[in-house]
Write a protein that binds this ligand. Sequence first.
Ligand code: NDP
Ligand code: NDP
Length: 315
Amino acid sequence: MQNRITELFDIQYPIIQAGMIWCSGWELASAVSNTGGLGIIGSGSMYPEVLREHIQKCKASTNKPFAVNVPLLYPDIDKHIQTIIEEKVPIVFSSAGNPAIWTQKLKDEGIKVVHVVSNIKFALKAEACGVDAIVAEGFEAGGHNGREETTTLVLIPQICEAVKIPVIAAGGIGTGKTMAAVMALGADAVQIGSRFVASEESSAHDNFKNAVVEAKYGETQLSLKQLTPVRLLKNKFWKEVVSAEMGGASVEELANILGRARAKKGMFEGDLDEGELEIGQISGYISEIKPAAEIVKEIVDEFNKTVNRMPFLNL
Ligand code: NDP
Ligand code: NDP
């Protein structure tokens, strides 16, 4: 497979594993890169020295390109950027913030920069900031998400028409069929998160991986829209949030309920009642924990089969 994205990143398949807090460390990132996709270390949950360790272990485990995801609202972002430059990370995916601040500095260091957006306004802004590509993430996605609730099916064609740079589709993708669908809509590649949470190499707690496998359709919801919108698996903590919202809780009251380190508690420490469990709608389709290489192979095989049968759809 060859296109603008495989050439930009020097990878074999246009399949990118999303940077996910507490779930995507060096082990998952290097496993995905070794199969010919692009693995991403999720730095939002890592203290600066932890990120350096993950980058070094990733470099020791793969000779292939990999990336680091930097949520731009990370508190010690200057240190993360410095580590990324010092360790010569080839690609950065930035998200949740303004790409005007760091893009040029990273590009001056020869680093390729991709920014995650959830609407056309931010896509155009990211393009104007000089990023090499964008991830356009629809409503179905897990974790942080746009407020507008635009689905991937609606978002991708509009974004592809609006920008000239390559577009990586995200949100609701975890199979070869969904990959073929978004590429038919104009995307150059896919970014996949939830499917890789339930991988052997993911750093998520086994309780969370098992909860993802057991999740059925309808068991996630875009929540906490008054704070930072985030798609969560419905659990005891989620119920507390919803009942507070229905009772007219203020932003401050919601922030108090959320408290600190809820995501770590749920996804990393495996507290399925009190923790925050960030996952996408596609979790309803995931039924087994597998090695990352097997996941990539299945997606590629199903993509090829789907594309091969597409001429027959030309009624
Ligand atoms: P603000 O809305 O106050 O934004 C702070 C600054 O960052 C503004 O200059 C804003 O641009 C800019 N900005 C925020 N997000 C983006 C982005 N994805 N791309 C480009 N510029 C961005 O505060 P917040 O930091 O709380 O951001 C909230 C917004 O970001 C919401 O719309 C939310 O849906 C979105 N968001 C998107 C995520 C994603 O990329 N998947 C993740 C988390 C949040 P401007 O001045 O043009 O408004
Ligand atoms: P909280 O403020 O609730 O807690 C911070 C968490 O991050 C703690 O668990 C802490 O670990 C850890 N952490 C790592 N580095 C630092 C640091 N330098 N300073 C303080 N804490 C640090 O935040 P969240 O858990 O909700 O989010 C953490 C980060 O991840 C944020 O930057 C957020 O923007 C980002 N994020 C990214 C998402 C993505 O999918 N890319 C989705 C959601 C959030 P400890 O408990 O060990 O102290």
